[in-house]
Design a protein around this ligand. Structure first.
Ligand SMILES: Cc1cc2nc3c(=O)[nH]c(=O)nc-3n(C[C@H](O)[C@H](O)[C@H](O)COP(=O)(O)OP(=O)(O)OC[C@H]3O[C@@H](n4cnc5c(N)ncnc54)[C@H](O)[C@@H]3O)c2cc1C
Length: 383
């Protein structure tokens, strides 16, 4: 089905990004996967190209582009080229909106130019070793002491945490209210060069290998009160405001990755032979790929509708949960079927489908698990 969600400007941007990825990223990406991180020079490069700061207002060195669709194009193209650039997506799609919505003018002047140029890379630290889905259980504390917050605690699974210069930390600043466990959390920006802040290494994962993922520790880290982002004790409300874009971003990537898997399978089954004919000649192969194509089409239409709704400011938390749930589960099914069509070669690291398979698994977990999405959706049904 013809997509109607993009215009000529998006198409031109897509061409530019596609050429950039193919020429400047694809050749180096296997090395980045081995190193477990994207080099800082890449972020400076995409900063120079104006990509990182597309959504940053022009007065702070950005492109002043309010439409999220350009970022969606970037995600689609990275998936098309089989490049997992999750830390960049966290920086642009997830962390930046907090700075755009909640930073004061002084904070914007301090941080936005660096965020746009790639000089200041960001990460968001919610999850802790003992709490993930249940954010109200966050134990990291930020205690006000004069004109400073003193931060203590440990965060884990933090995307971009190794490379980050600024970490947006969700910390407890007040005890939970008796009727609301989620009250009393705040968003505090911690610079990575503050004494007491430490990166506990790059965690080893089964997939998305070029995406640095860190455990971070905070031992009496002192930051000025001017590093509080938004209202004190209101982090949960701020997080809720930004979650639709985070979940939409994951869904955009999931459908694009499913499409990349299908394309890889279509290429493979035409080449590989069994019983004297190409695998593509078997009815099962054709039916499986027809199912994949249909699922991807359905997911794409849902994503596209959500992109339009989001640009109009109408994408609700419940809608975003439905889109994430549907598209990430779809990705899991499609990638699994496409790997199966590769036979044993699908299990070999040298075939892209094996990476698409291991990379896919996490989308049903991060950004809120499928079960949490179902919890949100079922609440909207009055359950
Ligand atoms: C690669 C990767 C990158 C990540 N990046 C970041 C990041 O940048 N920043 C960050 O803060 N976090 C990040 N995370 C953390 C991620 O958001 C959490 O892992 C996720 O929210 C789940 O939390 P958990 O791992 O503690 O699982 P748990 O909350 O312990 O859940 C375990 C299981 O119980 C289920 N469960 C929990 N509660 C319920 C319930 N109420 N009803 C039914 N089932 C339930 C879950 O769905 C899951 O299946 C990342 C994780 C990974 C793996």
């Amino acid at each position: 089905m013809r997509r109607t969600v993009f215009d000529a400007d998006h198409d031109a941007f897509r061409e530019t990004v596609r050429a950039f990825f193919e020429k400047e990223v694809v050749p180096d990406f296997p090395q980045w996967e081995k190193q477990g991180r994207v080099p800082r020079s890449f972020y400076r490069r995409v900063g120079d190209l104006g990509v990182l700061g597309m959504a940053v207002p022009e007065e702070y060195g950005g492109g002043g582009q309010p439409s999220y669709k350009f970022s969606a194009v970037l995600t689609e193209e990275s998936m098309r080229a089989e490049l997992g650039l999750g830390a960049m997506r966290v920086h642009m799609d997830i962390v930046l909106p907090y700075f755009l919505h909640y930073a004061t003018d002084e904070q914007k002047r301090r941080w936005l130019p660096g965020i746009a140029s790639g000089e200041l890379m960001t990460a968001i630290a919610m999850t802790e070793p003992d709490t993930g889905s249940d954010l109200a259980g966050i134990a990291t504390s930020a205690v006000l002491n004069g004109d400073e917050y003193v931060v203590n605690g440990t965060k884990t699974f933090i995307t971009g945490g190794v490379n980050a210069d600024l970490v947006l930390v969700v910390a407890r600043t007040s005890p939970p209210a008796p009727d609301n466990r989620r009250a009393g959390l705040s968003l505090i920006v911690v610079e990575a060069d503050r004494p007491g802040f430490a990166v506990g290494g790059n965690l080893e994962k089964i997939g998305i290998k070029a995406q640095d993922t860190a455990q971070l520790s905070f031992s009496d880290v002192r930051v000025p009160v001017g590093n509080l982002l938004g209202e004190p004790d209101m982090a949960f409300q701020h997080l809720t405001h930004n979650l639709p874009q985070e979940r939409l971003s994951i869904a955009v990537g999931s459908v694009a990755a499913a499409r990349a898997a299908m394309d890889a399978a279509v290429r493979y089954v035409k080449e590989r032979k069994a019983f004297g004919k190409p695998i593509s000649a078997f009815q099962n192969t054709r039916f499986v790929l027809a199912e994949c194509a249909t699922e991807i089409e359905a997911g794409q239409m849902l994503v596209d509708r959500a992109l339009d709704d989001h640009d109009r400011g109408e994408l609700t938390a419940v809608d975003a949960a439905k889109v994430k749930l549907f598209c990430t589960e779809l990705q899991g099914r499609v990638v699994d079927k496409c790997l199966q069509l590769h036979g044993g070669y699908g299990y070999m690291a040298e075939y892209p489908i094996s990476r698409l398979y291991t990379d896919a698994r996490v989308t049903r977990i991060y950004g809120g698990t499928s079960e949490i999405m179902k919890t949100i959706i079922s609440k909207s049904l009055g359950l």
